[in-house]
Design a protein around this ligand. Structure first.
Ligand code: F6P
Length: 327
């Protein structure tokens, strides 16, 4: 256990996520509330190494609650993967009098945080900020809800044109190693199938679903494809389907980074606010090397080790529901 810190730094790292600004605001305001000094670190771990710091106060974070992106900027730092990089980071933050760190990011960011925390005994708490929702120890990560809503807004539009032309669309959504966005947006948009790492869908199953849709006179269809699926690249999947169903007009749309932007939903703003406060309060009670999360409406602290190595739970019930509803 660490003693309560006096000077907390906050940074955002890895892929940005809508709601990261809301989380920074919550960290800054709760640090001020508990009369701690608080510093923002620009450019993630890159800025930690370079000493790119700015002291923040409650006014520094006004009007950012509703903004997408992260005003502290983010990076995937290669230098922080090296012992020299981490040594420099420790020396810079110690010189600035920073004695605790809050890292808002995903699994890559927490892997770095874990190593750094163990190497230098730095007090660190993580806040799950990634659209992928792929962290163990929290029911939801910040940004996932907004990204899913963005995805279905786009898929709804694709549905209009798919229906006008009786086309089959394959729509790729983000999720490097997970199908959370894919499954949720498939259910919410009435997609015929979802191809994601967790359901091990085969081409035969896909063919059957398309044949069944044809028999049921379902002439326009959406198949949601998670980028991290194991069946293959979306264009290769489309080629397979074009060979098998030469009479179908098949199109591919990749939603890409637009899922990472936009104003956070109410859900993400509230989640980010809760987790920002939980991170600061965790530091005050001496917690370290853990991620703050919310499970069943309760704040919990999960060791980084578990958060990054255990698999986030995808509810099989949702897969079952999707099967029933796409008949
Ligand atoms: O981890 C979030 C995420 O958006 C993934 O879904 C995606 O695979 C990856 O980041 C893309 O990373 P980048 O923005 O560096 O291309």
């Amino acid at each position: 256990m660490h003693k309560a810190p006096s000077h907390i730094a906050v940074l955002t790292s890895g892929g940005d996520a809508p709601g990261m600004n809301a989380a920074i605001r919550a960290v800054v305001r709760s640090a001020v509330y508990y009369e701690k000094k608080v510093t923002g670190v620009y450019n993630g771990y890159e800025g930690l190494i370079d000493g790119n710091y700015e002291e923040l106060n409650s006014r520094s974070v006004k009007y950012i609650l509703n903004q997408g992106g992260t005003f502290l900027k983010s990076a995937r730092s290669q230098r922080f993967r090296t012992t020299e990089g981490r040594k420099e980071a420790y020396s810079k933050m110690s010189a600035a009098g920073i004695d605790a760190l809050i890292v808002i990011g995903g699994d890559g960011s927490f892997t770095g945080a874990k190593i750094f925390s163990e190497e230098y005994n730095v007090q660190i708490i993580g806040v799950p900020g990634t659209i992928d929702n792929d962290l163990y120890g929290t029911d939801f990560t910040i940004g996932y809800d907004t990204a899913s809503n963005t995805a279905i807004e786009c898929i709804d539009k694709i549905r209009d044109t798919a229906s006008s032309h009786d086309r089959l669309f394959l729509v790729e959504v983000m999720g490097r190693d997970s199908g959370f966005i894919a499954l949720r947006s498939a259910i919410a948009s009435g997609a015929l199938e979802v191809i994601m790492p967790e359901n091990n869908l085969t081409f035969d199953q896909l063919y059957q679903a398309i044949e069944k849709a044809g028999k049921n006179k379902k002439f326009s269809n959406i198949i949601v494809v998670a980028e991290g699926n194991k069946l293959g690249n979306i264009f290769e999947i489309a080629d397979h389907l074009k060979t098998k169903f030469s009479h179908l007009d098949i199109k591919v749309t990749i939603l890409g980074h637009l899922q990472r932007g936009g104003s956070p939903t109410v859900f993400d703003r509230v989640l980010a606010s809760k987790l920002g406060v939980a991170a600061v309060e965790g530091l005050l009670i001496g917690r370290s090397n853990v991620m703050a999360g919310i499970m069943n409406n309760q704040v919990i602290y999960t060791p980084f080790e578990e958060a990054i190595t255990r698999r986030a739970y995808i509810n099989p019930e949702l897969i079952r529901i999707n099967k029933i509803l796409t008949i």
